[in-house]
Design a protein around this ligand. Structure first.
Ligand code: ASP
Length: 304
């Protein structure tokens, strides 16, 4: 029986050691470890990679430190509008949701879309209607509110820009896993950019850009400036580099982030696994909140 592997991220960006306190560092590491434990317990029990990545991402969505679920940033108009997607490497089934408000765990809505909608991507009010029909848990605006996020919005508004949350040291979340049956899956969830306008959607809900999984190659979850990740179709690019060029997981992931994204001007990183349980976690920014665990080994978390 193959061994399981799980990797997660909490966003890549300008995360500088000089701007971190020991306390903040510890809180983030703790949150990452808890998400790893939640996913690992399921893999340990023989559950699928799909179930494990959903569970790990739900944990990160419930934690206010990250820009997803409870910690989602504000749009220009002061809403929390979230994007998420999930993909199963065994069946290539996928689900994504964009611009949804008031859903506590957008990743579970993405999973419902994968399983029950007959579609791949739902957005806005229609996605909310589907979520209600499926009985997904809702949460009021107060649940998503924090002074910190609100201040971020005021600052971004004053600068007249939409900004990546990572400069504020919190980010998009994601998980990739390989289960004991040798299947892989990927999941990504985000609030997008602070002060985003005009219905802006990033790479995170888009299959191929922010998320991709195929048992034959890899499972990938990206984080960074979404416009560049969409233009580079980064998650699928890693898979293609493996499939068409015969690169290893490590080579393909490194090439996508350090060559192709840098050439485009894209800032960020990704986490990836293959069906043999190899892991790659490249980033071209100052830091990326990340963690991984392999069956029989201690979980590891790193930031810089
Ligand atoms: N990729 C996300 C977006 O552009 C942001 C992030 O990774 O934090 O919406």
């Amino acid at each position: 029986m193959p061994k399981y592997t799980l990797a997660i991220h909490g966003g890549a960006g300008t995360i500088l050691r000089s701007e971190m306190t020991a306390e903040k560092e510890k809180a983030h590491q703790q949150a990452l470890l808890e998400a790893l434990r939640a996913g690992e317990a399921l893999l340990e029990a023989g559950e699928s990679a799909l179930v494990a990545v959903e569970s790990a991402v739900r944990r990160l969505e419930d934690c206010e430190y990250f820009n997803a679920g409870k910690g989602a940033v504000f749009t220009h108009e002061g809403y929390n509008e979230m994007d998420a997607s999930i993909m199963c490497g065994k069946t290539l089934a996928a689900g994504g949701v964009a611009m949804v408000r008031g859903i506590k765990n957008p990743i579970s809505l993405a999973r419902c879309i994968l399983e029950a909608s007959g579609h791949v991507l739902l957005c806005g009010p229609g996605a909310l209607q589907f979520a209600r029909e499926q009985g997904l848990e809702e949460a009021p605006p107060e649940y998503f509110f924090s002074e910190f996020r609100y201040r971020q919005l005021q600052e971004a508004r004053a600068r007249g820009k939409a900004q990546l949350d990572h400069s504020q040291k919190y980010g998009t979340v994601g998980a990739v896993a390989c289960d004991r049956h040798g299947h892989i899956a990927a999941a990504t969830s985000t609030g997008g950019l602070t002060n985003k306008q005009y219905g802006r959607v990033g790479d995170s809900p888009l299959i191929g850009a922010g998320t991709y999984a195929n048992d034959l190659t890899c499972a990938v979850s990206c984080t960074g400036y979404g416009e560049y990740f969409m233009r580079g179709v980064v998650a699928y690019d890693v898979s293609c580099l493996m499939e068409y060029k015969g690169m290893s997981l490590e080579e393909a992931a490194h090439h996508a982030i350090h060559q192709r994204q840098l050439a485009l001007g894209g800032d960020g990183g990704l986490i990836a696994v293959d069906a043999k349980g190899n892991v790659a976690l490249p980033f071209n920014s100052a830091g990326m909140y990340r963690g991984w665990v392999r069956e029989g080994e201690e979980a590891e978390v790193e930031i810089y």
